[in-house]
Design a protein around this ligand. Sequence first.
Ligand code: SAM
Length: 281
Amino acid sequence: MNKNGKLYAKKSLGQNFLVNPRIAERIAQNSVTEGCCGALEIGAGRGILTIALASCFEKVVAVEIDGDLIPELQANLALKNVKNVTVVQGDILKLDLHKLLETEFKGMNVVCVGNLPYYITSPIVTKLLESRLAVRSIVVMVQKEVAVRLCAPFKTPNISAISFCIRYHSVPQLLFLVSNGNFRPIPKVDSAVVKFRILETPAVRISNPALMFSLIKTGFSQRRKTLVNSLGKQLGLNKANLEMILAEFGIQAQARAEELSLADFAAITAACYQSGLTLQH
Ligand code: SAM
């Protein structure tokens, strides 16, 4: 709070605070995952969700980047007599999360939860998934439109490169919508809560996932172009050769990235890899 008693919020840190405790409780309850007694929270803010999580989990580790908020967060926890929360000041994108989990949650199964700062939703989700962090599920509140993209099924118009990363590592589910009036300051857009149940092994078996994700990113960076045009250039392949590879898997020469599934990309990647093709940078 500033000296006029007004709540301050740093726009640059995506600070739109949830002010409805019932929604915090609903997020916490939906984070409960069989066998998990630890919760890692991203962006604790003033602690509305932290307090709800503390009543559903044995231990909560709450990460918050903004040092100015930490005293208020600690005070709010103390006011509710919450004793099972460890507050960590840090940037979630820079912290060594493997080490944090190992030291803070020894022997516990963990879920990851957060009302994410909108400006870095994709980097956070990508970091959590790609690092194969030992968490059983991830429950995050994000902008509604982003939630729809994150959970988009293959071969539908909202699909994007990140949806492939999500479906490679997890099973996504859009849980519920939250209208913008539940936040302060009030954002322009509504939000939604999504849950990713982490798969024990990735959804497709592939020896070189890095090449597959490069192909996916290239395909979606020029999503209006046909794959033959977008990938051909990157792979240094002539159109006829690429058309042959696509045809081998029953994919039309005119197909675009959004018309393919993860299994299609895995098959194309394996064929490219076997022919000794790698991306030209
Ligand atoms: N959990 C609180 C709530 O629901 O009211 C706050 C949510 S607010 C949308 C996002 C929070 O993430 C802010 O408190 C912000 O300071 C914090 N944040 C922003 N960038 C961060 C980062 N890189 N690492 C950790 N926390 C971050």
